[in-house]
Design a protein around this ligand. Sequence first.
Ligand code: FEO
Length: 402
Amino acid sequence: MAEVFKAAKVTKNVWWVGAIDWNMRNFHGYATDRGTTYNAYLVIADKVTLVDTVKAAFKDEMLARIRSVIGDCTKIDYIISNHSEMDHTGCLMDTIAAVKPEKVFASLMGVKGLSAHFHTDYPFSAVENGGELELGGARFSFLETRMLHWPDSMVAYLPAHKLLFSQDGFGMHLSSSERFADELNEAVLEQEAARYYANILLPYSALVGNLLAKIADLGIEIDILAPDHGPIWRREIETILNLYSKWAVQKPARKAVIVYDTMWHSTEKMALAIGEGLAEGGISVRMLSLGTARRSDVITEMLDAGALLVGSPTLNNQMFPTVADILCYMKGLKPKNLVGAAFGSYGWSGEGARQVADILQSMGVDLVGEPLAVQYVPDGRALAECRALGLEIASRLDKICS
Ligand code: FEO
């Protein structure tokens, strides 16, 4: 019977055999408006190697695509698991049971991670950092990329094709029938790559910089960059490498993100007045109300910003719960090189803005002045203060960026 799902040829003897998750909209809290793909690859030499697998629910799709190339999945001799997170290993044990490979390789930490995930004593084989394996005529080399973004992460390189299986790195959550980046809209690629970097890789930016330097030092030439999410890069690979170089240093730009929530529009009025001041000072402003903006929208806008201003009303002696939520998310993603301020309106106690300022300070944000708190509804004078705060931050940011 003909297979509905077909493999896509990446290059000679290398096939994409992954799955397309068209309707995935929430990746552990990260809003994925364009769905995603889980990429797995088949490398065919004298023997057959499967590089990574897919999320559990997509096993049959992956196996069907594999069959479309080799007819019978039991022809797979080896599996390489570059990372144990379950979007790439959810069907690994079932695949092992179906395929019965000679060996399944992972990094040293990957062996521990897989054993712990699946409560199994299956004899996974550890590959050395920097090591090489000749798998039935296909030579692979491996580089650990610990904490990019899990302790077990590694990448696999096929020197014969100058092809890097980069795992989560250089990926994006973007479902499409096209398999290659050069078949897709450039603006969409940059938008989704940025969104992915901001929500997944940002805390590990120093390691991203180290990895890029290591790739250059080792003279690793890349003609094909095959990540585990989104399109494969086979042309103008420097486009994505250059974006990663830029994002990794988190260089501040003349852009401010104002994120706030509001109860009776008073904190919102303050936000708008601050934004006017920033814009007058030559800063590009992104105004994000937590009534509509999602966590992943906020952090994506922060990726190339130089200022962060957070506004919260006070509710029952606390900052607003949505503001606590976004600050928790932001803090974990460790944005750097930001100037900023806290602000907000209150009724009778007014702890909200101070609590926000304390968290911003703990994140390393260079705060301009004391938190700006206004009782009840801001009057003209209070709004002028807000506008002045915006101008002051604009001036600070302008000096930083000059
Ligand atoms: Fe795509 Fe970290 O898994």
